[in-house]
Design a protein around this ligand. Sequence first.
Ligand code: VGL
Ligand code: ZN
Length: 201
Amino acid sequence: MSQALIVIDVQNDFCPGGALAVPGGDAVVAPINAMMADFETVILTQDWHPAGHSSFASSHAGRVPFDLVEMDYGTQVLWPDHCVQGSRGASFHADLDTGGDLILRKGFRRNVDSYSGFFENDQQTPTGLEGYLRTRGIKELTLVGLATDFCVAFTALDAAKLGFHVTVELAACRAIDLDGSLNRALAEMHAAGVQLPTGPA
Ligand code: VGL
Ligand code: ZN
């Protein structure tokens, strides 16, 4: 079966107690671990920023987290410092099964953020994930993880654009929901042909 499960950013900083905690973020761990048995290929993504990353509010004088700024590549949300390379916050949740085939790190370039597992936020710089999937003959993707309205949605939209068949299993995702971002993301994914089942994962 040419199918893969892509587990997005299930890291300590996105779980309760973390620097950019997603409400209920840790609740995805058990359903995701259970789903892994159903997929021959499991890929995990890991948000992996250098200290002083340009997506951090702390890197911009006079800015606070969740402000919007214009970057060369468009509007960027400023975040609290999170998922700094090598930090505890950047580590996967301790209960997550990390025995997948590939761990793909993203967001490691200082001056560009990367929500999507496929392209950085300039929408041009590839991460290499497309080539990995294509050379392995994988055409169908199921996405789970954090956060529904940012990294999961951007990954799903890029995957659909690239021609993959994409399902986002919402029961194994949680959202940040900044100013209606969850509803916007769900509408965009639906419009792009992403399957959005809501049943138990
Ligand atoms: C994410 C904001 C900043 C995510 C990553 O994983 O959804 N969100 N960095
Ligand atoms: Zn990030």
